[in-house]
Every structure is written in structure tokens, then in C-alpha cells.
Design a binder for this molecule. Structure first.
Ligand SMILES: C[C@H](C(=O)O)C(=O)SCCNC(=O)CCNC(=O)[C@H](O)C(C)(C)COP(=O)(O)OP(=O)(O)OC[C@H]1O[C@@H](n2cnc3c(N)ncnc32)[C@H](O)[C@@H]1OP(=O)(O)O
Length: 514
């Protein structure tokens, strides 16, 4: 492949750029997958820490190369299993974690210096990361060896995902505290996964996905600069998360355009000097909203094409959906098939042999330019509103996404957008409509988790816990970094609900529309 680039006409080469060079349209590494494949990181977790741990070990044994933890809704909202609002939700969409003991069980037998872990956690990101670091410590792994990612992207929770707790002001403080703490103590940790995935899943277009995500990214950078951090101190550890939907070339172009835009924003707008600060590194998940309950096996095919788009776009890490996700939680079998889908792509398809194989395609370069232009226009619109935080408060994102979602639905209903097995070739008697088994959650689980929590509380020193929580409360009233206080509270055996509860009392909860 080497000579190909040199043989291109003058001017064209400069315009195209090289992989691994600013503005990284063609990827962030000169040799991409020739040197290292993307991380195969399947989002998983359900029921108890023990059951999730067994699933993680199974997936790692099957060749998965990174972990990605799904937490249940109470955990994502900083509530313990014994909270009245947890009823019906414990262990349902992810694993239930409330204590250091739970976290220890979740990673039992998994060496935290050898595997990187992503945790989809936002409002209580600091708390779950603190528990993770304490488990690493117990394993004898020093924090500078620990690598992974917390989603920690609160802005999109307000308009696309929904698991917020506190109002934007204190929430942005927590985000920035994590940037600062990790820059000093956990240097290999990706402190945020700025997520377009949920924006897209909520109905945004590809250009909106890029624009809204990068606008959120700019808001986090501004918040950190206002805190007094230097851009090159924290920017190399910002990471991104996008969706891969079915339009292969548009999606591949989307990733290329996003990289180019972010590189420019970081270098030209924020004056970053370290090339690592310019690089947009991202995880991709295939499009959950594109999966259909009709003829579920068709989803294997959809997912494979979407994964191809992600890899053609130069993703660093990938989750391929299980075909039964429109019906319920993946079973061990469907989760394995999802992993095999990316292994076939990586090891059989030959797609990893060239770096940015689409680079120079007239069509893809054109799409890249177009998406970049449209996203840039939208980012300017958001800047004119005062940035992403102001745009959230003004309801800008919600309105824009609803409009696109409505447009999409209309096209489906009018048959202008074809979904095979749904609005074209639908057949109620299709043999592909056989019943699909889904993962079931034990109905006794909630009671069991409440008992475990009561036992945990009975064994601890109540006075020490109270002191830890009061120290956190005092710090929350001031402006110090809260991370050390959260760590201390967990060392004293406070629970997730208690730690988040103190901050709820101090800061209140976000009430949309008020
Ligand atoms: C839908 C659902 C929900 O709503 O609930 C969700 O949200 S699920 C959401 C699930 N989210 C996730 O799973 C997010 C996953 N995100 C991540 O893993 C990260 O943020 C990531 C995107 C930066 C990928 O990190 P990673 O560790 O897997 O991979 P990296 O690309 O950083 O590679 C690891 C190390 O190898 C190096 N490396 C990699 N490739 C190369 C190469 N070709 N040449 C030279 N070096 C290379 C990197 O620089 C890095 O080193 P060094 O570290 O020294 O630089």
C-alpha cells in the first residue's frame, strides 16, 4: 500500500492528509489496525455482581479484549436497592452496585492492571470510579496502572438519556473534579466519554450527532479551563462515543468529519499544543434503535454492516449489539454471537489490512466535507446560544432531536425509508419469527439485594460512616475537589445511596422545565 499515496497528484495529497497527522481525518495513528486492533468491548451487566462477573470472565475467555459495565437504573441514579424508587429496577438493565463489597465481587479474579474497563455511569461517575480505584488498591494495583473510561457525560443526560441527579452547575463541578483528580492520580484513565450515541439513538441525524457531541465537548473543556486546568493537562484523556447506523459510507464519513472538526477546535480555538489533545479517540456501538423485534436474526446482519462502518471510520473500541436486544437482555448465546461478529470482521474480512481504506474515495471525501460543514454550522448556532449548557437550559437540543425523529418516523411510515421485515417484505408467517429466548432476571433478586445491604450496614462502624459523610457534606458546600472525600466515605463503608444522598441534600435534584 505504501507507494499508493506517493503516486497521487500534487495538491490532492496535502488535501487528503496522512493517517496519524493533523487534522486526523484519516485516523489518529499512522498504522492503525496494523499495529493494534480496536478493543472489542461488549457492554454487559445484569442482576448481581457475581452473575455479571461470570459473564465478564466468559466474554474475556472468548476473546473479548476490554470490559464495559452496564449498571442498573438505581445505581445510575445513585440509589441503593432498599430505596423505594428502586422497586422493579434492581438488576434489570445492568448490575446492581451499592457497596465496595459489591464492586469487589464484580471484578473478582479480573486483574485491573491488565484489562481496561469502561463504566457507563454519569451522575455518580465519581462514586463508581472511586469504588473501582479502591478495588484496584485491594488487588495491589497502583492507580497509575489502572486504565479505563467513565462515561461522565452529564450534559446529554439532560436531553437524550435521562439519568441525571443534580442540576447542571454542581454536575459540571463533579465532571471537572474527575478531570483534575485523574490528571494528577490516575493518568491512564479516560475521564469522560462524550457521547453522541444516545443523541443519535434519540433520533438525531448524523450531522447533529457530531455537532451536539462536540458542542458538549467544548462545554467540558471550557469548564475545566475555568477551573484553572491547563488544556494539555486534561484534553489527551477526553474520549468520545458514537453510534454506527446502517448507512455505511455516511457513517464512516461521520467519524472522519468528527475527527477533523475536533482537531481544529482543540488546536485553533483552545490553543492545545500536545497532538494528543487534538486527537478524537472514540468508542462505537452499533445502533440499538435500528434493531427490530420482527425477524430478530436480521439484526445480526444489520450489526455486521454497522460494525464495518465503524471500523472503516477508524474506531478505537467497538460494541456490536446482540440480535435479541430489541426483545430483552442478551443471553450468553446472543452475546457470544455479537462478539464473534466483530472477530470475523477483524480476522477474516481483510478490512484491517489498509489504513483508512476509504481515504481518497470521491464519494466518501465529499460526504466527509458535507457532514463537517453542516456540523460546523450547528456548532456555531449552539455557540451563539451561549454554548451547550445554555442550549440544554433553553431546550434547544430536545427540540432539534424531536424534529429529526419525527421526520425519520414519517419517512418510515410513508415507506420512503425501508426497514426490511418491517415496512418491506414483512411476513407474519416468516420462519425468522421463531420465539427468541431472552435473559430473565430472578424475581427474588430485589429482596436478596436488600438483605445483602442490611448485612453490610450491620457490620460497619456507624460513627465512622457518619463522619465520612459529614466531611463530604462540608466539602460540597465549599469549592474543593470532592474526589478525596468520596473515596474517604467509601473507605469508611458508606453506600452509594448515602454518598449521593448527601449531595442530593446539599444541591437538590434537577427538575426539567423549571
Ligand atoms: C448504550 C449504553 C447505555 O446508554 O446505557 C451505553 O452508554 S454503552 C457505552 C459503553 N462505552 C464504552 O464502552 C466506552 C469505551 N471507551 C473506551 O474504551 C475509551 O474511551 C477509548 C475510546 C479511548 C478506547 O480506549 P481503549 O483503551 O479501548 O483503546 P485505545 O485506543 O486507547 O488503545 C489502548 C492503548 O493502545 C494504544 N494504541 C492503540 N492503537 C494504537 C496504534 N495503532 N498505534 C499505536 N498505539 C496504539 C493507545 O494509544 C492506548 O495507549 P495509551 O493509553 O498509553 O494512550
Amino acid at each position: 500500500m505504501e507507494g499508493l499515496f506517493e503516486s497521487l497528484p500534487e495538491g490532492y495529497r496535502e488535501r487528503l492528509g496522512r493517517p496519524g497527522e493533523y487534522p486526523f481525518t484519516r485516523g489518529i495513528y499512522p498504522r492503525m489496525y496494523l499495529d493494534r486492533l480496536w478493543t472489542m468491548r461488549q457492554y454487559a451487566g445484569f442482576s448481581t455482581a457475581e452473575e455479571s462477573n461470570a459473564r465478564y470472565r466468559y466474554l474475556l475467555a472468548q476473546g473479548q479484549t476490554g470490559l464495559s459495565v452496564a449498571f442498573d437504573l438505581p445505581t445510575q441514579l445513585g440509589l441503593d436497592p432498599d430505596h423505594p424508587m428502586s422497586v422493579g429496577e434492581v438488576g434489570r438493565v445492568g448490575v446492581s452496585i451499592a457497596t465496595l463489597e459489591d464492586m469487589r465481587k464484580l471484578f473478582d479474579g479480573i486483574p485491573l492492571d491488565r484489562v481496561s474497563t469502561s463504566m457507563t455511569i454519569n451522575a455518580p461517575a465519581m462514586m463508581l470510579l472511586a469504588l473501582y480505584l479502591l478495588v484496584a488498591e485491594e488487588q495491589g494495583v497502583s492507580w497509575d496502572k489502572v486504565s479505563g473510561t467513565v462515561q461522565n457525560d452529564i450534559l446529554k443526560e439532560y436531553f437524550a438519556r435521562g439519568t441525571y441527579i443534580y442540576p447542571p452547575g454542581p454536575s459540571m463541578r463533579l465532571v471537572t473534579d474527575i478531570f483534575e483528580f485523574c490528571a494528577r492520580h490516575v493518568p491512564k484513565w479516560n475521564t469522560i466519554s462524550i457521547s453522541g450515541y444516545h443523541i443519535r439513538e434519540a433520533g438525531a441525524t448524523a450531522a447533529q450527532e457530531i455537532a451536539f457531541t462536540l458542542a458538549d465537548g467544548k462545554a467540558y473543556v471550557r469548564a475545566a479551563l475555568e477551573r484553572g486546568l491547563k488544556v494539555d493537562e486534561f484534553a489527551p484523556r477526553l474520549s468520545f462515543f458514537f453510534a454506527a447506523h446502517g448507512d455505511i459510507f455516511e457513517e464512516a464519513a461521520k467519524f472522519r468529519a468528527a475527527r477533523r472538526l475536533w482537531a481544529r477546535i482543540m488546536r485553533e480555538e483552545f490553543g492545545a499544543k500536545d497532538p494528543k489533545s487534538w486527537m478524537l479517540r472514540f468508542h462505537t456501538q452499533t445502533g440499538g434503535s435500528t434493531l427490530t423485534a420482527q425477524e430478530p436474526l436480521n439484526n445480526v446482519v444489520r450489526t455486521a454492516y454497522q460494525a464495518l462502518a465503524a471500523v472503516l471510520g477508524g474506531t478505537q473500541s467497538l460494541h456490536t449489539n446482540a440480535y435479541d436486544e430489541a426483545l430483552g437482555l442478551p443471553t450468553e448465546k446472543s452475546a457470544l454471537l455479537a462478539l464473534r461478529t466483530q472477530q470475523i470482521l477483524a480476522f477474516e474480512s481483510g478490512v484491517t489490512r489498509a489504513v483508512d481504506p476509504l481515504g481518497g474515495s470521491f464519494y466518501v471525501e465529499h460526504l466527509t466535507d458535507q457532514l463537517e460543514k453542516e456540523a460546523e454550522r450547528l456548532i456555531q448556532e449552539i455557540d451563539a446560544l451561549g454554548g451547550a449548557v445554555a442550549a440544554v437550559e433553553a431546550g434547544y437540543f430536545q427540540r432539534a432531536i424531536e424534529e429529526s425523529a419525527w421526520q425519520f418516523q414519517k419517512e418510515v411510515e410513508e415507506g420512503k425509508r425501508i426497514i426490511v421485515g418491517v415496512n418491506r417484505f414483512a411476513d407474519p408467517n416468516s420462519p425468522l419469527n421463531e420465539p427468541t429466548p431472552v435473559q430473565r432476571i430472578d424475581p427474588e433478586l430485589h429482596e436478596r439485594r436488600k438483605r445483602e445491604l442490611a448485612e453490610f450496614k450491620a457490620k460497619r462502624d456507624g460513627e465512622s460512616v457518619r463522619m465520612g459523610l459529614e466531611n463530604l457534606r462540608r466539602a460540597a458546600r465549599g469549592s474543593e475537589n470532592l474526589f478525596p472525600y468520596v473515596l474517604e466515605a467509601f473507605r469508611r463503608r458508606a453506600t452509594l445511596g448515602e454518598v449521593c444522598g448527601v449531595l442530593r441534600e446539599e444541591w437538590g435534584e434537577y427538575q426539567p422545565g423549571r
